[in-house]
Design a protein around this ligand. Structure first.
Ligand code: DGT
Ligand code: CA
Ligand code: CA
Length: 582
């Protein structure tokens, strides 16, 4: 098998993960396949060529002997025996059903086995015909809810998680860069603006030979459809359904093109109006006065000619950034290198895959100075949550490994469940012995708004709570945010000086960007945490940074930019008289 191998391997791993979740398999195993799909899909080395040449595979993060064997198998035969066996049992399309709220693996399997439905449109028909309620475990109300959920989902265009799009774009960029005619490749669109989901990938190539570049682009391995292939633009569809738009531009208009195709559309419209007010015309080729091009080679040149400083892509949503730029009040946005630590890290004491020492080493590798080990609490039995006794043992174990000189500071923490009534899953005596308490909702997502809000406010009143984790509880594509009065939560956090988490996991990216801004304005500190369950997960911090920047956050707004000593001071804020400098 040739150059398409990476995409084929990634697609096979995704399907295996889908089918595993349909079987309600071990979440680690599912996550391992999803991770492997992302790693391989974003890889610039062609694994097919390596295998064909009989060379060893490179060491890939999170990919052990078992997955390596599968990579070799798919690269050399084009098939996966495991996947084929699983597909004989259930077609992968059935996994789409799992996206519906309230439809778990067991129910999805029952629908497939009894009604033979595989896709959302088929299920919609079955529900409307009243066949769903004939299946055990489904009543008339569930059937009605399914109809609403499916119609809701089908009316929305499919969007992709930022992390998945990022991995694919990296591989496309490398492919384009390898062409001798291409001088530069630039990422544009919502991907460059770091939106939590992207509709399609937009790329620019700087080159003279547009036709040649477009033709070669359309040969990208793993392309399943060529929507259009022209002289300066081309659009293709990849195996996972994602569309990629390419525009080929000249060097002298590349800045204007990048500005135009980065968007957002509403930011562009606002800029165009500014240009018009100055008697100019702005388009993807440049800024023109009459027929004279007065700017366009760089984005800076266009902004400057409009009387503005350069505006970071993450801010370009027409949410006040142009006015802020005009008044010299643009935020100095936080960067990945500003993070000093990570305040939400799991280990193999609960549902993480690695030891505390391994997580500490992985954090140090990424330049962090401290982590807080926050494993789950007892209530989450599926995650092997800690009770007070195991928590005490974990504290002792950390002290033990600290004697061997850990490369980062390790704070003793917990991710304690907020129970449905707003009380916490561990007693104050246990929580009070810790450096840091992260509280989180992992159950009763469907409480009515007033009760959900009351529950979370009550948790925030508990004297030990330092951080509220993933405040909206959404899982992109899987679970809507729970119904909660976030304004009230933010006010309570401000009053209690509790930080809100911006969880950087690609499926969460929660707190959402717009709420980050509200929280910042209310002077609520934000903790950008990876929620790492494996060493490689620290790489997700970059996606959290993207959302933070979209939320206008600066270094000083983010709790884990503090040094460990400053952080310890903050953690003692309630036992200490307020300091004027705080
Ligand atoms: P997406 O793909 O839905 O996540 O969002 P975008 O922002 O990437 O949108 P897309 O791919 O349709 O277009 C890329 C950029 O091109 C968009 O952000 C702004 C620019 N653009 C596209 N269509 C128009 C248009 O009709 N007017 C203006 N001013 N700009 C446009
Ligand atoms: Ca796009
Ligand atoms: Ca597009």
């Amino acid at each position: 098998m040739s150059a398409g191998a990476n995409q084929a391997i990634a697609a096979a791993f995704e399907k295996i993960a889908d089918l595993l979740s349909l079987q309600d398999a071990n979440p680690f195993r599912i996550r391992a396949y999803r991770n492997a799909a992302r790693v391989v899909g974003g890889l610039q080395t062609d694994l097919g060529a390596l295998v064909a040449a009989g060379k060893p595979l490179p060491k890939l993060p999170g990919i052990g002997a078992d997955l390596s064997a599968k990579i070799r198998e798919i690269a050399s035969t084009g098939h996966s025996a495991l996947l084929e066996e699983m597909q004989r049992q259930v077609p992968p399309a059935v996994a789409d059903l799992l996206q519906l709220p309230g439809l778990g693996p067991k129910k999805a399997r029952a629908l497939y086995q009894e009604l033979h439905v595989q896709t959302l449109p088929q299920l919609l028909r079955a529900a409307k015909d009243g066949r769903v309620r004939t299946v055990g475990g489904f009543g008339a109300r569930t059937q009605q809810r399914l109809i609403e959920a499916i119609e809701n989902r089908l009316s929305k265009a499919k969007r992709y998680k930022l992390a998945d799009a990022t991995a694919i774009a990296q591989s496309l960029e490398a492919y384009l860069r390898a062409m001798p005619q291409v001088r530069e490749v630039l990422v544009a669109g919502s991907l460059r603006r770091a939106r939590d989901t992207v509709g399609d990938i937009d790329l620019l190539a700087v080159a003279e030979d547009g036709k040649g570049v477009c033709a070669r682009f359309a040969q990208y391995p793993g392309t399943t459809e060529r929507i259009s292939v022209g002289d300066t633009r081309a659009s293709i569809v990849l195996q996972n359904g994602m569309q990629v738009d390419l525009r080929v531009v000249t060097a002298q208009s590349s800045g204007a093109a990048l500005l135009y195709f980065t968007g957002s559309k509403s930011h562009n419209i606002a800029l165009r109006n500014l240009a018009l007010a100055r008697g100019c015309k702005l388009n993807e080729y440049g800024l023109f006065r009459g027929s004279e091009r007065i700017a366009g080679e760089t984005e800076e040149s266009v902004y400057r000619a409009l009387g503005l400083p350069w505006i970071a892509p993450e801010l370009r949503e027409d949410r006040g950034e142009i006015e802020a730029a005009r008044n010299g009040r643009l935020p100095v946005l936080i960067e990945l290198s500003d993070l000093a630590g990570d305040l939400h890290v799991h280990s193999d004491w609960s549902d993480g895959t690695a030891t505390i020492a391994a997580m500490a080493a992985a954090a140090a590798q990424r330049g962090l100075h401290y982590i807080a080990i926050c494993d789950h609490s007892q209530r989450l039995a599926v995650a092997h949550g800690l009770d007070a006794r195991r928590l005490a043992r974990q504290r002792a174990a950390i002290a033990e490994i600290e004697r061997d000189k850990l490369p980062v500071g390790v704070l003793r923490g917990i991710e304690v469940d907020i129970l449905p009534d707003g009380s916490l899953d561990l007693p104050p005596a246990a929580l009070g012995s810790l450096d840091l308490v992260v509280a989180a909702v992992h159950s009763s997502f469907a409480l009515p708004r007033a009760r959900q809000t009351e529950r979370i406010l009550r948790a925030l009143e508990q004297p030990d709570v330092d951080v509220l984790a993933h405040p909206l509880g959404r899982l992109i594509d899987e679970r809507e945010p729970y119904d909660v009065d976030m304004g009230a939560v933010i006010r309570k956090c401000a009053e209690r000086q509790v930080a809100l988490e911006l969880n950087a996991h690609p499926e969460r990216l929660d707190l959402l960007d717009t709420w980050c801004r509200v929280a910042r304005d209310a002077r609520v500190p934000i903790a950008i945490n990876s929620d790492s369950h494996a060493p490689i997960d620290f790489d997700n911090l970059r996606f959290g940074i993207g959302q933070a920047r979209r939320g206008w956050l600066e270094k000083r707004d983010v709790l884990n930019t503090k040094s460990l000593a400053q952080l310890r001071q903050w953690l003692n804020r309630r036992t200490r008289a307020p300091q004027p400098s705080d």
